[in-house]
Design a protein around this ligand. Structure first.
Ligand SMILES: Cc1cc2nc3c(=O)[nH]c(=O)nc-3n(C[C@H](O)[C@H](O)[C@H](O)COP(=O)(O)OP(=O)(O)OC[C@H]3O[C@@H](n4cnc5c(N)ncnc54)[C@H](O)[C@@H]3O)c2cc1C
Length: 587
């Protein structure tokens, strides 16, 4: 057995799951396919039934007077989407658009291919159906730039908090019985659980010894320190918005869902009013569907800018180069941002004991997360660590190495050898606020072509230096009492790119960062608040068109974005209801 075999096994499991998927065992949980006629009219058309789109559809269809259509390119989430432990097998599958980045010179040598696999969901529920289920709201200071750029204090943290609470259904008693209860909702749709497993205690103590605060809940007053994660899991089921928002309301007779259908263009009248969309159905028929009130685009940070540009909204020169008539010249596709991530591994206790069986209803292994800043003048974390405590299981560490992060075989093989007979700590160290920016452009005016994604990784050299400092800071954990007591070591992956440098020197870590940094799949910013949409998420210079998804986030929050996207969706639903309802009453 070696890391290549671990990879092959993962592919086989994925294939077996895909065969089970053809039985459509989960179909009964979700709304049925709508029967639509060409030119049929709805009040609202939502393009994309992902993390944001499903929530918007739910909220708008609460108003029985609104006829709401969701058009989603993917189909129903399969069983492996609902069962938390199977999350590693959803990426690079039929539930993914399988988009890759343009090759860039600054990073990625440690990966099997130079382009990044920009995993992005093509399934009902979008990212919430395939993601790693971490629930993080970020730090209050993250939202100052949002309020500034949109010129509207409505986007400040205090005004976003009620929407986080509105969507939430916290189920963990230890939170509900604590002072942190204040920050959590219990009446929303999104079930949240706090993971608390005994193995994490020694790790939290080690981080405390390094001087970090141990925080009960980083979604409360204090967002810096080490903590136990919250997950979008409840009653043992992944809280995909396909399930919590569409499935839960599948009997509403004003909510229509067109699956396996790709919207190819937004249609406008002569006064720049969005009046509907053109789409391609699963059986390749082109149809036109009309929106009496608004079109809402929630196609995610990669596909939203693509659709806007195909519809004449984007950078003038670029659209003209593709022979697309410019309807509104806006910086669509610019300001692309991601959180960069790299894997670090640590040998922990020697152990020959077989690992305990994994439980299907939770994340496979215990996790401790950290939110850390080095610069005292900052209020929010600069880096995040997600530390997974893996019991003696030589296949565990190489699985994410080879299958999810797609590092080269020699790297994963070294990890495999080093992990034998040891428990390990697998750390994803994440750069939270990169200064580099990328861009999305059209490859052609054919809507079925994927876009070009220039990630811009390390195009701002300060990111490489900052990231190196964060790694240097983090690896000090091997000097703590607990880590020393188990003869912990940082696993030397023997990167051929870095042999010129002494292991552990700053030069070495800089080389490590450049070689190992990869995407954390947190794409944002490509239809930003303040430059593409106004503070009520209306696309500038046109009418009856809004965007609500990760693409409107003008800057990153200090953590994973799914909860933030859901908060944005909740806000959009309120804006629409205020404008289209009767004095705030929907019926
Ligand atoms: C593997 C992975 C792990 C992640 N882990 C976490 C995590 O642990 N925690 C966290 O907070 N965040 C995580 N994220 C990020 C988070 O899930 C996303 O930021 C979030 O889901 C984005 O939501 P969205 O509504 O913007 O887009 P999406 O949820 O991607 O929804 C867009 C939807 O639009 C559909 N669509 C696109 N174009 C069209 C079209 N033309 N016509 C019709 N439909 C279309 C897509 O198929 C998709 O379903 C992860 C992401 C990935 C991919």
């Amino acid at each position: 057995m070696d890391s290549a075999v671990v990879f092959e096994n993962a592919i086989r499991i994925q294939q077996a799951l895909s065969v089970i998927g053809t039985l459509m065992l989960t179909a009964y949980l979700f709304p049925r396919q709508a029967t639509v006629k060409d030119f049929e009219e709805y009040d609202f058309i939502i393009v994309g039934g992902g993390s944001a789109g499903s929530v918007i559809a739910d909220r708008l269809s609460e108003c029985s007077q609104f006829k709401v259509l969701v058009i989603e390119a993917g189909g129903d989430p399969p069983m492996e989407s609902l069962v938390p432990v199977l999350y590693p097998y959803l990426s690079n599958s039929q539930y993914d658009w399988n988009i890759t980045s343009v090759i860039e010179p600054n990073a990625g040598n440690g990966r099997k291919t130079k382009e990044f696999n920009l995993v992005c969901a093509r399934v009902l529920g979008g990212g919430s159906s395939i993601n790693y289920m971490m629930y993080v709201r970020g730090c209050p200071g993250d939202y100052y730039p949002w309020a500034r750029l949109s010129n509207d204090s409505n986007w400040a943290y205090d005004n976003n908090l009620p929407y986080f609470i509105k969507s939430e259904r916290m189920v963990s008693k230890e939170i509900l019985q604590s002072p942190y209860r204040l920050y959590h909702g219990t009446k929303g749709f999104l079930g949240i659980t706090r993971e608390n497993r005994p193995e994490t205690k020694k790790y939290l103590q080690a981080f405390e010894e390094l001087g970090y605060d141990i925080v009960f809940d980083v979604n409360g007053k204090q967002s810096l320190g080490y903590t136990l994660p919250l997950n979008t899991i409840a009653e043992g089921i992944r809280q995909t918005t396909a399930y919590t928002n569409l499935g839960a309301n599948k009997h509403r007779n004003n909510l229509y869902l067109l699956k396996r259908t790709v919207v190819t263009q937004i249609l406008f009248d002569e006064n720049n009013n969005a009046i509907g969309v053109k789409a391609l159905t699963h059986d390749n028929k082109s149809i036109t569907l009309k929106a009496k009130r608004e079109v809402i685009v929630s196609s995610g940070s990669i596909n939203t800018p693509k659709l806007l540009m195909l519809s004449g909204i984007g950078p003038r020169e670029h659209l003209e180069s593709q022979n697309i008539k410019v309807r509104s010249a806006l910086p669509v596709g610019l300001n692309y941002q991601d959180h960069w991530l790299l894997q670090l591994s640590f040998k922990m206790e020697k152990s020959e004991l077989p690992a305990n069986p994994i439980k299907s209803y939770q994340i496979p292994f215990p996790v401790v997360t950290g939110y850390v800043k080095l610069n005292k003048t900052k209020s929010c974390a600069e880096y995040q660590t997600v530390n997974t405590i893996v019991p003696n299981d030589p296949e565990g560490p190489p699985l994410s190495c080879t299958f999810n992060f797609k590092y080269k075989d020699n790297i994963c093989q070294n990890l495999y050898e080093a992990s034998k007979g040891r428990n390990t700590m697998e750390t994803a160290l994440i750069l939270l606020h990169p200064k580099s920016r990328g861009q999305i452009t059209l490859r052609s005016s054919n809507p079925l072509d994927p876009p070009n994604v220039f990630t811009g990784i390390f195009s701002d050299k300060r990111d490489l230096e900052d990231y190196t400092s964060y790694v240097e800071d983090f690896v000090k954990v091997v000097n703590t009492t607990y880590f020393k007591s188990v003869q912990s070591e940082i696993i030397d992956l023997k990167l051929p790119e870095c042999t010129d440098w002494t292991f552990g020197s700053r030069e070495y870590w800089r080389c490590y960062v450049q070689t190992m940094a990869t995407t954390s799949l947190h794409f944002i910013g490509t239809a930003s608040l303040g430059s593409v949409v106004d503070s009520r998420l209306r696309v500038l210079n046109v009418n009856r068109l809004r965007v609500a998804d990760a693409s409107v986030m003008p800057s990153h929050t200090s953590g994973n974005p799914n909860a933030v996207v859901i908060m944005i969706a909740e806000k959009l639903a309120d804006f629409v209801e205020q404008e289209h309802g009767h004095h705030g009453q929907c019926s």
